[in-house]
Design a binder for this molecule. Structure first.
Ligand SMILES: C[C@@]1(CC(=O)O)c2cc3[nH]c(cc4nc(cc5[nH]c(cc(n2)[C@H]1CCC(=O)O)[C@@](C)(CC(=O)O)[C@@H]5CCC(=O)O)C(CC(=O)O)=C4CCC(=O)O)c(CCC(=O)O)c3CC(=O)O
Ligand SMILES: NC(=O)C1=CN([C@@H]2O[C@H](COP(=O)(O)OP(=O)(O)OC[C@H]3O[C@@H](n4cnc5c(N)ncnc54)[C@H](O)[C@@H]3O)[C@@H](O)[C@H]2O)C=CC1
Length: 224
C-alpha cells in the first residue's frame, strides 16, 4: 500500500477505540500523548486500560460494540480480536466519514499507525504500509540511535529564532535564507557536546548579533 503521511491534531477531540487488549492499549497511549479524549468500548479490558479508566484518564464502555458507538468521534480504531466486529466498526466509520484504523485488516481501513519516535516536538513516524509492522519499529529504533535528545533542544532554539525573525522582519525571502542555513548548520552536534560558545558564534554569524542563546531566553550553562 502506498499511503499519505499526515500529522493530525487530536487535542481535546474524541477518539473511539473498539477493543481493549494489548493493541488497543498501544493505540490508547499514543492518543493520550497527543491529547485526545479517548473512549474504549470492550467487554474485557487490559489491566493498564482498566487503571486509566479508574483514574478518569479515559472513558470506558465495558460491553460489546454496538452500531452508533462512533458518534462524535474524529478517529476510530477497530482493535478487537473478532474480525466480524472489526468489519462492522469499519463500516460504521466509513458511513459516518470517520477515518478508521482496522488493525487486523489494513486494506479495509483508511489509515494505519506508524512506529513513532518523539524528541520533544520533533516527531519521526515510520510506516511500512502494513508490509512488516515489526520492521517499522526496528527502523524507528535504528533512527533513535542517531537522533537523540539534542534534536529536541535544537528544535527549541530554532523555534525561538524563527519566532524572533518573523516578528522582526517581514522579508520572507531573507528569513527563509537564514532558516535554511540554520537548519543545515551542525547545531545538534554543538548542543550534544554542550559547546554553547560555538553555538552562539554560529547563530550570530548566520542570523545576526542579536541572536544569542541568552537573548533568545535560554540560560547559558543549562541551555536550552
Ligand atoms: C497495518 C497495521 C494497522 C495498525 O495497527 O495501525 C498493523 C497491523 C498488524 N500488525 C501485526 C503484528 C505486529 N504489529 C507489531 C507492532 C506494531 N504495529 C504497528 C502498526 C501496524 N500494525 C499497522 C501498520 C504499520 C506499518 O506497517 O507501517 C506499530 C508500528 C504501531 C502501533 O501499533 O501503534 C507497532 C510498533 C509499535 C512500537 O513498537 O512502538 C508487531 C511487533 C510487536 O508487537 O512487537 C507485530 C508482530 C510482528 C509482525 O507481525 O511484524 C499484525 C499481525 C497480527 C497477527 O498475526 O494476528 C497486523 C495485522 C495485519 O498485518 O494484517
Ligand atoms: N495492529 C497491530 O499492531 C496488531 C494487530 N493485531 C490484531 O489485533 C487484534 C487484537 O489484538 P490484541 O489486542 O492482542 O487482542 P486481545 O485478545 O488482547 O484483545 C481483544 C479485545 O477485543 C475485545 N472484544 C472482543 N469482542 C468485542 C466486541 N464485540 N466489542 C468490543 N470489543 C470486543 C476484547 O474484550 C478484548 O479487549 C488481533 O486479533 C490481531 O489480528 C495483533 C497484533 C498487532
Amino acid at each position: 500500500m502506498t499511503l499519505l503521511p499526515i500529522s493530525i491534531n487530536v487535542s481535546g477531540r474524541l477518539v473511539t477505540i473498539v477493543g481493549g487488549g494489548g493493541v488497543a492499549r498501544r493505540k490508547c497511549l499514543s492518543l493520550l500523548e497527543a491529547g485526545a479524549r479517548v473512549t474504549v468500548v470492550a467487554p474485557r479490558l487490559d489491566e493498564r486500560l482498566m487503571k486509566l479508566a479508574d483514574e478518569g484518564a479515559i472513558c470506558l464502555a465495558q460491553r460489546p460494540y454496538a452500531d452508533g458507538d462512533l458518534a462524535g468521534s474524529v478517529l476510530a480504531y477497530a482493535a478487537t480480536d473478532d474480525p466480524a466486529v472489526n468489519r462492522a466498526v469499519a463500516e460504521e466509520a466509513h458511513n459516518r466519514g470517520i477515518p478508521v484504523d482496522v488493525t487486523d485488516d489494513p486494506e479495509r481501513g483508511s489509515f494505519t499507525s506508524p512506529a513513532v519516535l518523539r524528541r520533544g516536538d520533533l516527531v519521526i513516524a515510520v510506516s511500512t504500509g502494513g508490509g512488516a509492522p515489526g520492521f517499522a519499529a526496528r527502523v524507528r529504533d535504528d533512527i533513535a540511535e542517531i537522533i537523540g535528545q539534542e534534536y529536541a533542544e535544537t528544535l527549541l532554539i530554532l523555534g525561538a529564532i524563527r519566532e524572533k525573525l518573523l516578528t522582526a522582519s517581514k522579508n520572507a525571502a531573507y528569513n527563509k535564507h537564514i532558516l535554511h542555513d540554520l537548519s543545515a548548520a551542525p547545531l545538534p552536534e554543538m548542543v550534544r557536546s554542550r559547546n554553547f560558545e560555538e553555538l552562539d558564534r554560529t547563530l550570530a554569524r548566520i542570523a545576526g548579533p542579536d541572536f544569542t542563546l541568552e537573548n533568545l531566553g535560554f540560560g547559558r550553562k543549562d541551555s536550552p
